[in-house]
Design a protein around this ligand. Structure first.
Ligand code: CA
Length: 252
């Protein structure tokens, strides 16, 4: 005890304290989690540049004013929810479900024309490390983009079989509501408190926290770290490779 007290007052102690991430105290418990609920766009695929362009093109065609980067902030919401947010703001009205589905189809087509998004560097290592940590992996995305679901099996073979996916088509209230992650935990077969969430969007972090999950943010887009801190992210990594590196270190 005496020796520790002495160490506490040494300059090196304060240097270590200064450079220690403030969330480090929460790091050690990662092995206790049993389920990993994993977002798709901006996590498994570097697809957000294509989505933001597709949204902007569709809205501009209709005369709805918008900024391309604002779509990063709506990431995680379902297509119809994003459409009605902008319609209400710029035109003063919302569209019905049928019209929203038509418009989302146009946005989807724009995204396909943009080209195939690359896999997120480090995502395959991240998924492998989660499996080695014994976690059941479930996809939880607000997207209804069929073109990407088809690619999942090719790019991440065997990781998300049928019954391990919650998509925008499976929920009534998309992110930031907790419903997608509550359903994901249900599919994993665990209580939300036994699951981690892997997210790249502030609204996704909000959804994960609202569901009661340990929520990890990976800032793969232009949104600053502070936005994820405000939403209460439990851990924040600057890119997927850093997160994968960290997970691999937890296996030992
Ligand atoms: Ca995302």
């Amino acid at each position: 005890m005496h020796r520790f007290a002495k160490w506490q007052y040494s300059p090196i102690f304060f240097v270590i304290l200064y450079f220690t991430p403030k969330n480090m105290t929460q790091v050690a418990d990662i092995k206790k989690f049993r389920g990993a609920l994993i977002d798709m766009d901006g996590v498994l695929y570097d697809s957000m540049p294509g989505h933001t362009l597709a949204w902007q093109r569709m809205m501009q065609t209709l005369g709805v004013k918008c900024d391309r980067d604002e779509f990063y902030l709506y990431e995680g919401m379902t297509g119809p929810a994003t459409i009605n947010l902008l319609f209400k703001r710029e035109l003063g009205y919302e569209v019905d479900a049928e019209r929203a589905a038509e418009l989302y189809k146009i946005k989807t087509q724009n995204f396909i024309e943009w080209g195939e998004p690359p896999m997120m560097p480090g995502a395959d290592r991240m998924l492998a490390a989660l499996a080695r940590l014994g976690m059941k992996r479930v996809l939880v995305t607000g997207s209804g983009q069929a073109s990407l679901f088809e690619r999942l099996q090719r790019d991440y073979p065997g990781v998300f079989p049928d019954g391990c996916r919650v998509t925008g088509n499976d929920v009534t209230h998309g992110k930031p509501a907790p419903e997608p992650y509550l359903k994901g935990a249900q599919l994993a077969g665990f209580d939300p408190s036994e699951c981690i969430v892997v997210e790249n969007a502030p609204l996704g972090v909000r959804a994960g926290k609202a569901a009661g999950c340990y929520t990890i943010a990976v800032t793969t887009g232009p949104i600053p770290r502070e936005a994820f801190e405000r939403e209460g992210a439990d851990l924040i990594f600057p890119d997927m490779n850093s997160f994968a590196d960290w997970l691999e270190r937890q296996i030992i």
